[in-house]
Ligand binder design. Sequence first.
Ligand SMILES: *[C@@H]1O[C@H](CO)[C@@H](O)[C@H](O)[C@H]1NC(C)=O
Ligand SMILES: *[C@@H]1O[C@H](CO)[C@@H](O)[C@H](O)[C@H]1NC(C)=O
Ligand SMILES: *[C@@H]1O[C@H](CO)[C@@H](O)[C@H](O)[C@H]1NC(C)=O
Length: 151
Amino acid sequence: MLFKSLLAVSALAAPAFAQLDFCAEAARFGDLTFSPNPIVLGEPVTFNASFACAIELGYTPVYTDYTLVVPAANNTGFQPDIYFARRDAPASGTDVFTVTFDPNYSQFTTYPNAQYEIILTTTHAATTDSFGETLVQGGTITPVTLILASN
Ligand SMILES: *[C@@H]1O[C@H](CO)[C@@H](O)[C@H](O)[C@H]1NC(C)=O
Ligand SMILES: *[C@@H]1O[C@H](CO)[C@@H](O)[C@H](O)[C@H]1NC(C)=O
Ligand SMILES: *[C@@H]1O[C@H](CO)[C@@H](O)[C@H](O)[C@H]1NC(C)=O
């Protein structure tokens, strides 16, 4: 795809809560759940991202990106974002996939009590300019605890 103009805009929404029978504005970038929660390092984690409300509210995703982030307030400066999934938008509106985090990754072993958030970044096309598509991004933040299988 060729874009005459490409503009990246970021916005972060509050975490989405349980889906009701109407679409809350906070669900415009997706509803994310995962199991088990807390995440157990070294064991498979199944993520379930629903974009039904995103689509209904006019934010149909093109790409979705998932990172595990230590918030700036808690970050030593040596805890980079862990980029664990890049997904094309699911045609069905729901994307279920499994990830196993390496318990021996140095960041997990060096900072075993670190505080994390999962950021789901949803990229969608804004329909504002006459040149064509402008891709913009929004996201949801979900606080998460990581534990070791032996704990
Ligand atoms: C994923 O979550 C949706 C609700 O957002 C639910 O309807 C669906 O059954 C879930 N799918 C799986 C495989 O857990
Ligand atoms: C993270 O930072 C916040 C704000 O400084 C602080 O209140 C909280 O206790 C910190 N949590 C951890 C686990 O360091
Ligand atoms: C992590 O490292 C320990 C010690 O080297 C090893 O026994 C263990 O099998 C490793 N875990 C995985 C999941 O590779």
